[in-house]
Design a protein around this ligand. Structure first.
Ligand SMILES: *[C@@H]1O[C@H](CO)[C@@H](O)[C@H](O)[C@H]1NC(C)=O
Ligand SMILES: *[C@@H]1O[C@H](CO)[C@@H](O)[C@H](O)[C@H]1NC(C)=O
Ligand SMILES: *[C@@H]1O[C@H](CO)[C@@H](O)[C@H](O)[C@H]1NC(C)=O
Ligand SMILES: *[C@@H]1O[C@H](CO)[C@@H](O)[C@H](O)[C@H]1NC(C)=O
Ligand SMILES: [Fe+2]
Length: 271
């Protein structure tokens, strides 16, 4: 019952976003759309060396331009074969629905392309969120940005923002192989509103076809635990990377993402 209502509300948010897009240009989500409905790899808010000492210059450069940029190129190459899909579905809607039989059938998406979109559109949206959720090391204070409602939910679940980050670090450390750890918002009022979940590879918590119901929600904050995110500086020491990474979290963005998620403005989350 609870999960059904959540599915309905998420579907409603998607439908509302689609209806709104009938008049205005399609909300592409980020990476932002270019005139020909291809996606651009989003630039970092800070210079590549702006994330020190947590993340080094070369890692940020390679991560943004090569790893994430490569996925964006792959998405564009695949979508060139599906112009209706490309021109009518935003990135967050694509990520939410890719792999659902009804969706793949509606747009005639071949099984191999569905699999490739799961990975590459997943990567595009995951990294779009990741770039936006980080700011200058040790400068963002939760108390300066969290409004009472969100602060209350965090306190109820983890005691404090530090408790939340401790749980996020533990979740990130627990991922076997490549993946992500997330703070997600569940739109269903009957559920607890926030949880920390993990996804393998480039899966995103929005993915209805690929993510278990208990982990399916709107990502507000995500940390990349693929080796490409940390190996140059930290080698195999993922937990050391995570301990440093949490000092990059931009709490103003966490509050912004929460406000957008509560409003059902999923397309705006990653821009
Ligand atoms: C968009 O398409 C037009 C015509 O098809 C082409 O001339 C132009 O180079 C394209 N722009 C981009 C950014 O791909
Ligand atoms: C950061 O890395 C980029 C790409 O390798 C390089 O062009 C730039 O000079 C580097 N900046 C610093 C401050 O090391
Ligand atoms: C899927 O298969 C088709 C037909 O063999 C091919 O043209 C296309 O490039 C494949 N897609 C990917 C992502 O490799
Ligand atoms: C982080 O900032 C606080 C307050 O500005 C300061 O006391 C602390 O030493 C800083 N920590 C690091 C690791 O830079
Ligand atoms: Fe990554």
């Amino acid at each position: 019952m609870a999960t059904t209502r959540m599915a309905l509300r998420m579907a409603l948010a998607i439908v509302l976003a689609s209806a709104a897009s009938a008049k205005k240009p399609i909300p592409r989500g980020c990476p932002t759309g270019t005139p020909n409905n291809t996606y651009a790899n989003p630039a970092l808010p800070l210079p590549y060396d702006g994330y020190l000492p947590a993340i080094d210059n070369e890692t940020m450069f390679l991560h943004n331009t090569r790893h994430a940029g490569g996925a964006v190129n792959n998405v564009n190459a695949i979508l060139a074969r599906y112009p209706t899909l490309r021109d009518s579905v935003s990135l967050s809607e694509l990520v939410s629905r890719i792999g659902l039989k009804t969706f793949d059938k509606k747009y005639g998406i071949a099984a191999n392309d569905s699999t490739a979109l799961r990975s590459n559109a997943g990567s595009a949206i995951n990294h779009a969120l990741f770039w936006r959720i980080m700011t200058t090391y040790n400068t963002s204070r939760p108390a300066d940005h969290l409004k009472p409602e969100l602060a209350g939910h965090i306190a109820a679940a983890w005691g404090s923002p530090t408790g939340l980050l401790d749980a996020l670090r533990a979740a990130g450390a627990s991922v076997f192989g490549s993946g992500w750890a997330w703070l997600v918002y569940f739109p269903d009022a009957a559920q607890k509103p926030l949880a920390i979940v993990t996804t393998p590879n480039q899966d995103n918590p929005l993915m209805a076809a690929h993510v278990a119901r208990a982990s399916r929600g709107v990502p507000l904050l995500g940390v990349d635990v693929w080796e490409h995110a940390y190996y140059l500086r930290y080698r195999n020491l993922r937990t050391t990377y995570l301990a440093q990474w949490v000092s990059l979290v931009d709490w103003a963005m966490v509050q912004r993402n929460y406000d957008l998620a509560v409003a059902g403005a999923i397309d705006s989350l990653y821009c």
